[in-house]
Design a protein around this ligand. Sequence first.
Ligand code: SF4
Length: 475
Amino acid sequence: MLPITSSRSSDGRPTHECGVCGIYNHQDSAKLTYFGLYALQHRGQESAGIVTSDGSKVSIYKNMGLVPEVFSESTIQSLKGHLSIGHVRYSTTGASNITNAQPLMVTHKGITLAVAHNGNLVNSITLRTSMEEKGSIFQTTMDSEVVLHLMARSAHLGLEKALTETFTALKGAYSLLLMTQDTMIAVRDPDGFRPLCLGKLKNGGSGGWIVASETCALDLIEAEYIRDIEPGEVVIFKDGTLTSIFPWPKQSSNFCIFEQVYFARPDSEIFGINVYLARKRMGEILASEAKIDADFVMPFPDSGNYAALGYSQASGIPLEMGVIRNHYVGRTFIQPTQSMRDFNVKVKLNPVRSFLKGKRLIIVEDSIIRGTTGKSRVRALREAGAKEVHMVVSCPPTRHACYYGIDFPSANQLIANNKTIAEIAAYLDLDSLHYLSLEGLVRATGMTDNDFCLACFNGKYPIEPDRSFHKDILG
Ligand code: SF4
């Protein structure tokens, strides 16, 4: 799901994209979806929504805000039915728009259809323009709405053929859930860019199922993880059973490796890999690639926590928490005074001055995007009296834009796109800077480079993107 009116997180880091969760065949489907979305909150903080159905009557509620802000006990109770899909959308610092909150829902010839989408369709502009020329009217500026139009047009073919026709027309990244009055459908694109997993509900229903972006959603509601929805798979939940179809020819996967580096929760299993262990291994491999003499290793919580642990254990250099995080930071609309430099960093993270004074530090970061955040962080450590500041990064330099659903800035705003590593180190005022090699990153996952999309590092896009695309293209 790519919103057209969007902006980046205020600290200059890539924002998480969306999260989806669906429940089939459980009398408390809205409540379970709520808890699933709660676990997936890190994937989107701007808006949340749930659609339910009791087999004939469909209910929807969505609003701007975090999951517990959007839903109250009474709202959840009003969402009746054994079937539901939900969505969390990522945060913005610019205009927020309830029209673009998901799930999106339409009724066409008596059939209600709702969609909750994570990813980005690379040919949505072409499809949308061609539909608009033929008279279609779009309610939102979301690429996801194209899915509803295509499904409505193909409805006369019957469900399986309509799904095949719709998703054959789409190009790009989509892990999504569709819902009608009596059916839930989970779809993952043939490249499998974004994760999507299937679990079995343990209590309160016969044969209930959950589909979610990450396994951490299953853990919270004590569902049993069964397997991932495979790349190129469509799973239809109808009449109490589930049917799996593969409309596309088999191809190699292109999992987004950034899910492992940064986006997914460390307690999730993503693409069959435990994220916590993969991040630790990234740190271990970094320690073998970048040997530095220093007093201790430290993360800026929480971005490099697990890679820092791996780096420390592999190098023998002690791990310390030299910066303390304020866990109670919300949004503030009061602007800091001009003299309060680096306010956005300082409000969240404060160095322990008496501990850092005179020390040689290795900071572990999971990524450097624009470099603005890193610059403020290093300055804070220098001001706290650190003698040397080295930085190691648990992925290679991020040089290329993402067209598959991650809110990176355009390539020319990426610091590694127009500076050498030595220039970045100088800009950040570091004593040294080391990135994990691409080979080391892939090795940390235990898979091969054929399994992953690595385009933001090597510029090799698995699906040719529409390079004229920008977020405001549809107004
Ligand atoms: Fe993920 Fe990077 Fe590929 Fe985008 S370009 S899907 S962030 S690996």
